[in-house]
Design a protein around this ligand. Sequence first.
Ligand SMILES: N[C@@H](CCC(=O)N[C@@H](CS)C(=O)NCC(=O)O)C(=O)O
Length: 233
Amino acid sequence: MRLYDLAAADERIRFSPYCWRIKLALAHKGLPVESVPWRFTDKEAIAPTGQGRVPVLVDGDRWLHDSWDIALYLDRAHPDRPRLIAEGAAGGTWFMKHWTEASLHPVLLRLIVADIHGILAAQDQDYFRTTREKALGRRLEEASPDRAADCDLLHQALEPLRRTVAGQDFVAGSAPAFADYIPFGTLQWVRCVTSHDLLAPDDPVSHWFTRMLDLYDGLGRRAPRPSPQGAKA
Ligand SMILES: N[C@@H](CCC(=O)N[C@@H](CS)C(=O)NCC(=O)O)C(=O)O
């Protein structure tokens, strides 16, 4: 299988929250994958899917897109491997996707959108600025005029996740599943585009995130991130 995975100017920096979901999902299934660095403007490479977003997974002659559909496909195609979404867990996992995208993504995007622009390949920078400034209705550098207020909002938004992982190791229970990979991808997005941490170290969400970074021989932890000096680590 081949995974088109969003890359920065330094192609070792892979930061898409949706691609991270699938990288963890493939590791969960124990399925090897060839990762192909992909840039925002590389639409031609994924044209067979009829859309312009990653993750895109190619399995033989099948071109799959959308992280949710890819997760369902992996469970369907490999029923003998550990399930990403257990029998009866689809509704709760579907909620986790929407909670993550509706409650975490907008505030996080405001906080990190200028950092993302800063690490992009030159050919992606104009495209990213134009599309994101149109969506945000302001300049990237002014996306979060009150950072402290956005950090408070993020802290509050994380409360359902905080309460969940304060009482059990993973969102899915005693073992991780796709319901964990969804919010993990989102916090890993932040980790891979910034050198600073948005979570307090004593936050139960940080403890859960540490457990997530340890999974699959530290798949998430090994991911390169920008260094504080701006040079790539
Ligand atoms: N619903 C899609 C969303 C995928 C998505 O938005 N991917 C972003 C990267 S994080 C993308 O490829 N954007 C391309 C663009 O903005 O042109 C999924 O779950 O896979």
